[in-house]
Design a protein around this ligand. Structure first.
Ligand code: FES
Ligand code: FES
Length: 160
């Protein structure tokens, strides 16, 4: 079947199988391997992808459901340099080790900050609940999201 959607700002049309997940289509057909697949049962958040700016678990989201929608992957967050403020904050706060969870964490953070630019600590913990990290620990990740929130509230011209 045909699937037409907007991927990282560009219109895309593909032939897909009806049972293909968004994760499979993005990784195997679009070669966007920033998206990581781990549990494949919507538990770990490593495959988090934005569809119309909302986070979905691409491992269980049928690609066909994305028809006509805007899909954002980690590759679409910034165009080279400068990095998106959330990416920069993750670097500044050393918020990753192996990096496997990081694309999903960053996209989850993007959705959170779009919805709530000034999250409390409670909001942060509640929103990140579905994204697991096996190595860094959550303190630097939460610190990075707090830093990103403050960077994103600054006017662009005042950012480093
Ligand atoms: S791989 Fe999709 S939630 Fe774990
Ligand atoms: S940095 Fe390794 S799983 Fe999070």
């Amino acid at each position: 079947m045909k699937l037409a959607f907007v991927l990282n700002g560009k219109p895309v049309e593909l032939d897909i199988e009806p049972q293909e997940t968004l994760a499979e289509v993005l990784r195997n057909r679009c070669h966007l391997t920033g998206l990581k697949i781990s549990c494949e049962v919507q538990v770990c958040g490593s495959c988090t992808t934005l569809v119309d700016d909302l986070p979905v678990s691409a491992c269980t989201y049928l690609a066909y459901e994305a028809r006509g929608r805007r899909v954002t992957t980690i590759e679409g967050l910034s165009e080279g340099q400068p990095l998106h403020p959330i990416q920069q904050a993750f670097l500044d706060e050393f918020a990753f080790q192996c990096g496997f969870c990081t694309p999903g964490m960053i996209l989850m953070a993007k959705a959170l900050l779009l919805e709530n630019p000034n999250p409390t600590d409670f909001d942060l913990v509640a929103y990140t609940d579905g994204n697991l990290c096996r190595c860094t620990g959550y303190r630097p990740i939460l610190k990075a999201i707090r830093r990103a929130a403050s960077l994103m509230r600054e006017p662009e011209a005042a950012r480093p």
